[in-house]
Design a protein around this ligand. Structure first.
Ligand code: F6P
Length: 342
């Protein structure tokens, strides 16, 4: 069997570990041969391929990014895009696809599977917002990077008696902010799921300064104030899946806090640092196990499924379970962190 592999959406530490595992198991145990599609769905759409075998995967386990490249191409927003993909798969002699991606890339996989394309999905996103799986790979790495940043910011914030606002990724879900905020001892965590009250945030800033410590506020890029005011930020620019580019909440929040409390406040935006570099051991382990399972799913003809972590087991769930609804932070989970606010 000839199997195509692609990685789509925002890159994520662990993508290469999945590719390596799919290929290793696919070749050695199932006798597959592989073709790498470049740059997400752009690859099968435009017929952009590269060789992919055991040799091409040597040394890539600890490397961030993806050897296949990525993009946010949406074939459903391109006239004739789906027909072009099926024609290219046929021309390349590809019998099945392994799509590694988040809500958008696997959303396309879900729709293609409904149209009869033989595809299995592997859930990837640093945001950890895919349903059906306890964790996505990349999340642990992002949380560790953000936690290390928070640890470092504590000491400089204390030395200068400043407020430091740390903006982390998370468009719709505050998982990175919540986990890194708890792990890093933040004095406030603000997430997209729970609009924040700027007055309460400022009150927490004041109480934190009553101790010898300085406030560290962790904010998801998608967090908004309760009055929906002008701190909601978007560049206006949209990608092929209709998402606006976020960014700027950290700065705006820092300005607002400084004006209201008179305390000096600065913002740090972690941005793509959270997505770059080597994956943690946990993410390598998870990505590798997803890849092994994906190779088996293809061998068994179990198409239209997504690999998922349930407890310590890797299971397969229908793709729609992963992509139908985003997994967001519940009010109860957020309440746990609130014990430490202020
Ligand atoms: O979807 C993952 C993610 O990291 C989001 O948290 C963030 O909003 C987005 O990607 C940023 O994407 P890009 O790299 O295209 O700006």
């Amino acid at each position: 069997m000839r199997v195509g592999v692609l990685t789509g959406g925002g890159d994520c530490p662990g993508l290469n570990a999945v590719i390596r595992a799919v290929v290793r198991k696919g070749v050695t145990q199932h006798g597959f041969d592989f073709v790498g599609y470049r740059d997400g769905w752009k690859g099968p759409l435009e017929g952009l391929t590269r060789p992919l075998g055991i040799e091409e995967c040597r040394g890539i386990l600890p490397r961030g990014g993806t050897i296949l490249g990525s993009s946010r191409t949406n074939p459903f927003s391109i006239e004739g895009g789906v027909e072009q993909i099926t024609a290219n798969l046929a021309a390349d002699g590809v019998d099945a696809l392994v799509a590694i991606g988040g809500e958008d890339t696997l959303g396309v996989a879900t729709r293609l599977a409904d149209l009869g394309v033989r595809v299995v999905g592997v859930p990837k996103t640093i945001d950890n917002d895919l349903s059906g799986t306890d964790f996505t790979f990349g999340f642990d790495t992002a949380v560790n990077i953000a936690t290390e940043a928070i640890d470092r910011l504590h000491t400089t914030a204390e030395s200068h008696h400043r407020v430091l606002v740390v903006e982390v990724m998370g468009r719709h879900a505050g998982w990175i902010a919540l986990h890194a905020g708890i792990a890093g001892g933040a004095s406030t965590v603000l997430i997209p799921e729970q609009p924040f009250d700027i007055e309460k945030v400022c009150a927490h800033v004041e109480t934190r300064f009553e101790s010898e410590y300085a406030p560290i506020i962790v904010v998801s890029e998608g967090a908004t104030p309760i009055d929906g005011g002008d701190m909601t930020l978007a560049s206006g620019e949209k990608d092929a899946f209709g998402h606006v580019r976020l960014g700027g909440i950290g700065d705006r929040l820092a300005n607002e806090i400084e004006q209201r409390t008179g305390k000096e406040a600065r913002a740090v935006v972690l941005g793509h640092i959270q997505r770059g570099g080597t994956p943690t051991a946990f993410d390598r382990w998870l990505a590798t196990r997803f890849g092994l399972q994906a190779a088996d799913a293809v061998a068994e003809g179990d198409f239209g499924t997504m690999m998922a972590l349930r407890g310590t087991d890797i299971v397969r769930v229908p793709l729609i379970e992963g992509t139908g609804e985003l997994k967001v932070v519940s009010a109860e989970e957020y309440a746990e962190a609130q014990v430490f606010f202020g």
